[in-house]
Structure formats: structure tokens, C-alpha cells
Design a binder for this molecule. Structure first.
Ligand code: URA
Length: 424
């Protein structure tokens, strides 16, 4: 077999065999196939796509490139949650403890975030002492004892994806439905949960910009899940504006805490309840209405928050240490009108400039910086009224960038629709 022939075959839009996919991926991992050759193959895949069979084969080859976890020592149905990523997305921090407070086993492995703000692991690590590197035995014991553990992805889980994703990031080959599906699903299957709930974000602040692509990705991930006997549920949610009001690591933990205490913003609560009620309905075989009621009760009665505190404590975190920057600047509106757009992508980029996110996996994050919105889409703002606060660190930024994130007009175009589809 020869990599140039394989690249040529994909360039001509022909279907690759499993052997050819295996040869390419394993060759890249062992160094016999070079970066520039795999980049070329990836670009041919971006342009010509893959059949479902090719995508399942690619997932399988990536999955088998490293360790596959076995969680059979965990009693009960194991649930994992994934998001394709958005700005202000702190859903896992709320959904995990909330479901765990109702007896659902949450065993989640998460990668470090590359992007506007950190990923879930970074947000948790903004709590001093929080240990995301539990051993497999500690991970399993904690899920059995308190129903929830969230840890960093182990070094040898899907190494092929780690290497290929880093290359895709710098070669313009991220935006491909089969590549995204196989990347996400190989990691999720290797993490061994029974039910995987995926929040597929769509909009300006998301990887996928249109509903059609989000539906296509969801259907493909469900098909891959079926191949491995896993239940995959995809919820497509809007990411045209940030979720909730807070963007930035510690700031998002603070907002998650408020939500766990029953005082969360409506959009965040809606996404959390939509995702978690489907899980509870499935695991406990109750109606969606009953599931929602149980979940709402545990947000109101403090049980979800207590579970969060127990989870943080168990992983060594000191919740009282959570700190946000005290260098705060208020950004005020330069006109009156209705807010018809809050550009999630631009705000995410601004948060990254402040130091909340990383460009490469080696960059250091400033946990204390970020943005707190004072308004959401559909709200009215007076001239000179506050639009947002910037929580600054040691980076200089151009404050006028903040104003460019808002579209303020005389007419009211209404709120964004939040839950766009549920695909099971
Ligand atoms: N998230 C992943 O894990 N992989 C992708 O390819 C895109 C988003």
C-alpha cells in the first residue's frame, strides 16, 4: 500500500477500504507517514466527504489506536455528556451534579479546551486544589460512592485523534462532518459510557454555523453509536449568543453555582433541563414531565448544589478559593435600542484576548478574567447603560472591541430560539 495512492483515491472521490484507512492513520501515528501527507488526505476528505462506512471505519481505527476504558465495575447505567463547544458553555458543571443528585452515574472524561475559553477541565481547575487526574480505580470508586467524577482524558485514550486534531487545527481541516463525528465518537466510545448525550451547538459562536450541518452531524454520530451498541442522544442548541451571562473560567463556575442554587439564567436552565430530563426519562423510564419536575425540585431544594460541593470536595477542590479578577471595567452602550445580536464568536475572541482561552495546548490560562454580560438578545438598552463588564488580567486589550459585539436597533427582532432539535 502507498499513501500517495490513497490520497489520490480520495481526491478522485472514491471510497477508501478499512485497510487503507488503517494504513494511513497507523502510519501517521508511527511516523512513517508524514504531516504533509496526512494533511493532504484530510483536505481531500474535507472536500469530498466520506461514506458512512468509511466514517465508522475511521472511528474504529482511531478508537483502537489506544486504551479503551472498561467501567464494568461501576454499578448501573453510566452517562456521559459532550458538547461540540460554545461560548459561555458551563452546562456540564450544572448537569453533572444535578443528575448525580438524582442517582444517575456520571463518569466523564474531558480534554483541555482549545478555543475562546477553557474546557470543563479548565473551569474545574479554576477551583484551587481540584484534581482532574484521578487514577482509573479512584475514578470508578468515586462514581460508585457519590455518582459523579470528571477527569482529564488519560494520555493514551485515542492518541490518533490527539495527533490528528492538532494537525487539523492548523491545516484548515476541522470543518468536516465525518472528521468531527469520528473524532468525537472515538473518544466517547473509548470512555465506555452507556448513554452519551451530546449538545450539538449551532450558530456564530459554534463550530457548526447552520442547522442542516448540525442535523447531519447528529444523525451520523447516532449511526456510529448504534454500531457500538451505545445510546446517543443529540440536542441541537443555539450558539448565536453566549449561554448565560458569564464567559471565562472562574466566572462560569460562579454562574454554574448560582444555577445549582436555583437562580440560574433562563437559557442555561433550559438547556440543562432539556438535556438532563431526556437522560432521566431514559434511565428511570419515567415521563419527561416527571423527569423535569424531579430535576427542578433538586435545583430548588439545594440537593443539586450539595452534590456539587461533595463532588468538588471529593476531588480536592476548595470552593472558597474561587477568585475572579478585581480589575473590572464597565462597557456602556453608545445608543438606545433593542439588542438584536450579541456576537458569540467576537465575545469569545475577546475573552481569549483577555487570557481566558488558549491558542495552543501549552498556553497558560488566566482563570480570573472574562466577561459578564448585563443584557441578552431581545433586551432593551438605554444610551450609557451598561452592556457588560470586563474582568481584566495583565493583557492589554482594545476596549472598543466589546461594543462591536452588539447590534442595537430601533426595532425589536425578539429572542433567539434556543432548543432547535432533539435527535435520538
Ligand atoms: N470536537 C472534537 O472532539 N473533535 C472535532 O473534530 C471537533 C470538535
Amino acid at each position: 500500500m502507498n499513501i500517495v495512492d490513497i490520497i489520490d483515491k480520495k481526491r478522485l472521490n472514491k471510497e477508501l477500504s478499512k485497510d487503507e484507512i488503517e494504513y494511513s492513520i497507523n502510519g501517521y501515528l508511527d511516523g512513517s507517514i508524514k504531516d504533509y501527507q496526512i494533511s493532504s488526505l484530510l483536505m481531500a476528505i474535507v472536500l469530498n466527504g466520506m461514506t458512512d462506512e468509511e466514517t465508522i471505519n475511521l472511528t474504529d481505527v482511531m478508537l483502537k489506536s489506544g486504551d479503551i476504558l472498561s467501567l464494568k465495575e461501576i454499578n448501573g447505567i453510566i452517562v456521559d455528556k459532550h458538547s461540540t463547544g460554545g461560548v459561555g458553555d458551563k452546562v456540564t458543571l450544572v448537569l453533572g451534579p444535578l443528575l448525580a443528585s438524582l442517582g444517575i452515574k456520571i463518569a466523564k472524561m474531558s480534554g483541555k479546551g482549545l478555543g475562546h475559553t477553557g474546557g470543563t477541565i479548565d473551569k474545574l481547575e479554576s477551583i484551587k486544589g481540584f484534581n482532574t487526574n484521578l487514577s482509573k480505580e479512584q475514578f470508578i470508586k468515586q462514581v460508585n460512592d457519590i455518582n459523579i467524577a470528571i477527569i482529564s482524558q488519560s494520555g493514551n485514550l485515542v492518541p490518533a485523534d490527539k495527533k490528528i486534531y492538532a494537525l487539523r487545527d492548523v491545516t484548515g481541516t476541522v470543518s468536516s462532518i465525518p472528521l468531527i463525528a469520528s473524532s468525537i465518537m472515538s473518544k466517547k466510545i473509548a470512555s465506555a459510557a452507556d448513554i452519551i448525550i451530546i449538545d450539538v451547538k449551532v450558530g456564530s459562536g459554534a463550530l457548526l454555523k447552520d442547522l442542516k450541518s448540525a442535523k447531519e452531524l447528529s444523525n451520523l454520530m447516532i449511526k456510529i453509536g448504534k454500531h457500538y451498541n451505545k445510546t446517543i442522544i443529540c440536542i441541537i442548541t443555539n450558539m448565536d449568543e453566549p449561554l448565560g451571562y458569564n464567559i471565562g473560567n472562574s466566572l462560569e463556575v460562579e454562574e454554574a453555582i448560582e444555577t445549582l442554587k436555583g437562580k440560574g439564567p433562563k437559557d442555561l436552565v433550559d438547556v440543562v433541563l432539556t438535556l438532563s430530563s431526556i437522560v432521566l426519562e431514559k434511565v428511570e423510564r419515567i415521563s419527561i414531565e416527571e423527569a423535569k419536575e424531579k430535576l427542578e425540585n433538586n435545583l430548588e431544594n439545594g440537593k443539586a448544589y450539595q452534590k456539587f460541593l461533595e463532588f468538588v470536595d471529593m476531588q480536592g477542590g476548595d470552593i472558597n478559593s474561587l477568585k475572579v479578577s478585581n480589575k473590572i471595567v464597565s462597557v456602556k452602550s453608545n445608543k438606545s435600542g433593542y439588542i438584536n445580536k450579541i456576537d458569540a464568536l467576537k465575545l469569545g475572541e475577546l475573552a481569549k484576548l483577555l487570557g481566558a482561552g488558549r491558542q495552543t495546548l501549552d498556553d497558560k490560562i488566566d482563570y480570573e478574567v472574562g466577561i459578564v454580560l448585563n443584557k441578552k438578545v431581545g433586551d432593551y438598552v438605554e444610551k450609557d447603560e451598561e452592556l457588560l463588564k470586563l474582568y481584566l488580567g495583565d493583557k492589554d486589550i482594545d476596549m472598543s472591541l466589546a461594543l462591536e459585539c452588539f447590534e442595537i436597533e430601533k426595532i425589536n427582532k425578539g429572542k433567539n430560539e434556543l432548543i432547535l432539535d432533539i435527535i435520538k
